[in-house]
Each structure stands twice: as C-alpha cells, then as structure tokens.
Design a binder for this molecule. Structure first.
Ligand SMILES: Cc1cc2nc3c(=O)[nH]c(=O)nc-3n(C[C@H](O)[C@H](O)[C@H](O)COP(=O)(O)O)c2cc1C
Length: 275
C-alpha cells in the first residue's frame, strides 16, 4: 500500500525461477493508493485480523521529509482500519538507492509514525519489515543499530524478511538471470537467510516482542524452522505460487505433527526453542 496510486512497473515484472523454487519481482508497488483502499475496507466486513503493509509511493522524486510525509499520509488513512501496520522500510526510497534502513532515515520515520499514532489516539501495533542479511552468517552491527532504534521507539514487532536484491547461489543460469534483470528475489533461496535474521532478532530482543517470519516458507518443515528460530507468526508468498492454496492446510496439518513429535502443546511453546 502506498499513499498515491501507482500502476507499478511495466510488465513483465514477475518471473519464475523454477529450478530454484524462487521468483524475481519488480512489481513496483502497483496499488490503488491509500484513499481507494480505505474506501474498499470500509465497505468490507471481515472475520480475520487485517495487517496493512505501508510503503513509500513508487516515485523517485519523493525523498527525505516528503517521503516521511508520504508514509504518514497512508498511516493516517489506513492505521485506523488495521489490526496491525507493517512499515515496509526495506524498499528503495531515494534516487541514490538508499532505503529507510539507513539509520537516520529509519529513526526519522519511526519518530514520525509513532508520534502520529499517539496523536491519533490509536493503539494499533506497528511492525517493521526488514531486508534479509546478505548471508546466513552476517555482521550484526548494522541491523543491531536498527533493532535498538526500533525498540527505543516502542515498535511492536518485526517482519523478517523482505526480498533480496542479490542473485547469489542460484541454480538458474546466469544468462536467464541477466535476461530477467533487476527485482527482489523471493522463495527457497531466501529461506535460511531470513530464518537467520529471525533468530538474531529473537536473541537480540530476548523474545520480548513478536516476529513474523517470512522468506521461503513452502512446507510445514520450513514454517516450523521459522517458529523454532523465534517467529510467532509465519507469512508466505512464493510458496503459494508454486504449491497453490492447499499449501496452507498442509502446513497447518504438518505443524500439528511436528509439534506433537517434539512434545509441544502449542505453536507458542515452540517459538524460539532453536534460537
Ligand atoms: C510479487 C510479489 C510482490 C510483493 N510485494 C510486496 C509488497 O508490496 N510489500 C512488501 O513488504 N513485500 C512484498 N513482497 C515480499 C513478500 O511479502 C515477502 O517478504 C518475500 O517474498 C519473501 O517471502 P516468500 O519467499 O514467501 O515469497 C512481494 C513479493 C512478491 C513475490
């Protein structure tokens, strides 16, 4: 979701990498904009919790303070309708390719959003969605700075992770990757890296705040790994593309089996047990 409507990037903008069970996408945040989405939501009744993911409008001319204002516009319109808001800080927000994960921009955005939440008198949970680390073993310095800033602002939780921009360790051949071009890599190649960040977040926060684990979940086993690393909720996208909607039922059934096997009475008991 972005403040202003966007058609996104020209098509094709999403590509399958079947040998890797992965996707590359550069959708470009195609959406109808905050006003239209707020209207749709007002007309819809629902029985399940609704998380709304906010990003900066897809327009490289929106920079700095204007970018923060753009986020705030969406927040004002949509936070009152959401059960939680995820701030997608892992999308490029400046012409130089810096993102809201650059500490000063991150700090400024979180200050503005949390002030706005208070001003609106809302208690809506606010989560921050982070980029994956470059590798399973990574230098924790930069992400720790963000984690500590987020905790200082009273952020409710984290979403780990967004897509990756690198193309390391893929089976898909180089010529095909070149033909596809730029975009975020999702799916199986992301699984271990995103789980590593879930684990790191869980350790760093002492398991005090919820973590949504996302990246390469395509089975009960991969969902379970996220949970044991510290995720209390699991999300998936690419897995659904390859496996279809029946995947959700298979994951739920498989999780029951895995929890029973390991002597856990609930998902909650398993969270962070392999952190
Ligand atoms: C086609 C497509 C569109 C996406 N759009 C968004 C988006 O608008 N905002 C966002 O935070 N993440 C977006 N993502 C990232 C996913 O939410 C998720 O973080 C990432 O794909 C890793 O999970 P997966 O391996 O289960 O797909 C998108 C992913 C795909 C494949």
């Amino acid at each position: 979701m972005t403040a202003r409507p966007s058609d996104g990037n020209p098509t094709p903008r999403a590509f399958r990498l079947p040998e890797d069970r992965a996707l590359v996408n550069r959708m470009g945040l195609n959406n109808e904009g905050a006003d239209a989405v707020a209207e749709h939501l007002r007309d819809t009744s629902r029985s399940i919790p609704l998380g709304i993911n906010l990003a900066k409008t897809h327009d490289p001319a929106i920079l700095g303070d204007t970018a923060t204002e753009d986020f705030l516009y969406s927040f004002r319109r949509l936070a009152p309708l959401a059960d939680y808001v995820a701030l997608n800080v892992s999308c490029p927000n400046t012409a130089e390719g810096k993102t809201f994960e650059e500490p000063a921009a991150f700090d400024g955005l979180l200050t503005a959003v949390m002030n706005e939440r208070d001003a609106l008198g809302l208690a809506v949970p606010v989560l921050v969605k982070l980029s994956p680390p470059a590798e399973v073993s990574f230098d924790p310095g930069p992400v720790d700075e963000l984690i500590d800033l987020a905790l200082g602002h009273g952020i409710t939780g984290f979403v780990a992770t967004n897509t990756a921009s690198d193309r390391s360790s893929l089976r898909t051949d180089g010529a095909r990757l070149k033909e596809i071009g730029r975009g975020g890599l999702s799916g199986r190649p992301l699984a271990e890296r995103s789980t590593a960040l879930v684990r790191h977040l869980y350790r760093r926060t002492g398991g005090r705040i919820p973590i949504i684990g996302v990246g390469g979940v395509d089975s009960a086993e991969t969902a379970y790994r996220k949970i044991r690393a510290g995720a209390s909720l699991v999300e998936l996208y690419t897995g659904l593309v390859y496996e279809g909607p029946g995947l959700i039922r298979r994951i739920n059934r498989g999780l029951i089996r895995l929890l029973e096997r390991d002597g856990f009475a609930s998902v909650g008991e398993a969270v962070g047990t392999a952190a």
